[in-house]
Design a protein around this ligand. Structure first.
Ligand code: PEP
Length: 246
């Protein structure tokens, strides 16, 4: 039985003043027994004592694959761990597009995160054109093959299925499409990682809101959500956490 996991991705939003939202989410998460909840704010807020004292796991939205060195502007998984991060998102479609990140790079980042005992959330997802061409499952399977680390490492591996066309657009994949894709991802995990693949949590991401979360969480292989816009305020995020409680 996999526990549900609901993760907020603040992207390049948030300030010290907004950390009150983390405290409010933490209070609600304590009530939501059986659901794991985390927030990934920008790097600058990870080490904030306010964020850490809220008692909610705090994560990052990216890490570098190397341990240290001449990589101006980057942050390593070890540095994130030292700053108090417990998880890290890698391969988000915005980074794959804006920073031209390849599957191989995403895998190296996930391996670095796992080496440091962080939970690595590896994102995959097809474009609208790829879905319309009927290639969604093939594209996502290819991304999984290229992006997932072979070894478990110290940390937990999580997969987030995020159709690119549903991120921040208000469009969501139909429940049937989500169910089909999560089943295909589970099949890939079982085939390639055996029993361990059955324990990997698969999150859905793409305009998840209070009014569509419960329908999505009802599917066997939807183990939670990666939430962007609706994670910025406790008022919008807490109902999604509550929907995960079932
Ligand atoms: C995301 O940032 O991963 C995401 C799914 O965003 P949104 O919920 O805003 O679509």
């Amino acid at each position: 039985m996999r526990r549900k996991l609901v993760v907020g991705n603040w992207k390049m939003n948030g300030s010290l003043a907004q950390l009150g939202e983390v405290a409010a989410v933490a209070a609600a998460a304590k009530e939501a027994a059986g659901v794991d909840v985390a927030i990934c704010p920008p790097f600058t807020l990870i080490a904030s004592s306010v964020a850490r004292s809220a008692g909610l796991p705090i994560g990052a939205q990216d890490c570098h694959h190397a341990e240290s060195g001449a990589h101006t502007g980057n942050v390593s998984a070890g540095m994130l761990k030292e700053a108090g991060a417990r998880l890290v998102i890698v391969g988000h479609s915005e980074r794959r597009a804006e920073q031209h990140e390849s599957d191989a790079l995403v895998r190296a980042k996930a391996e670095a995160a796992l080496r440091h005992g962080l939970t690595a959330i590896v994102c995959v997802g097809e474009s609208e054109a790829q879905r319309e061409a009927g290639d969604a499952v093939a594209i996502v399977t290819r991304q999984l093959r290229g992006s997932l680390p072979a070894e478990a490492g110290e940390g937990e591996l999580v997969v987030a299925y995020e159709p690119i066309w549903a991120i921040g657009t208000g469009k969501t994949a139909t429940p049937a499409d989500v169910a089909e894709m999560h089943k295909a991802i589970r099949g890939h995990l079982l085939e390639n990682f055996g029993d361990r693949g059955g324990r990997v949590r698969i999150l859905y991401g793409g305009s998840v809101k209070a009014d569509n979360a419960a329908i999505l969480f009802a599917f066997d292989d939807v183990d939670g959500a990666l939430v962007g816009g609706a994670s910025l305020t406790a008022a919008q995020f807490v109902p999604i956490v509550e929907a995960a409680r079932g």
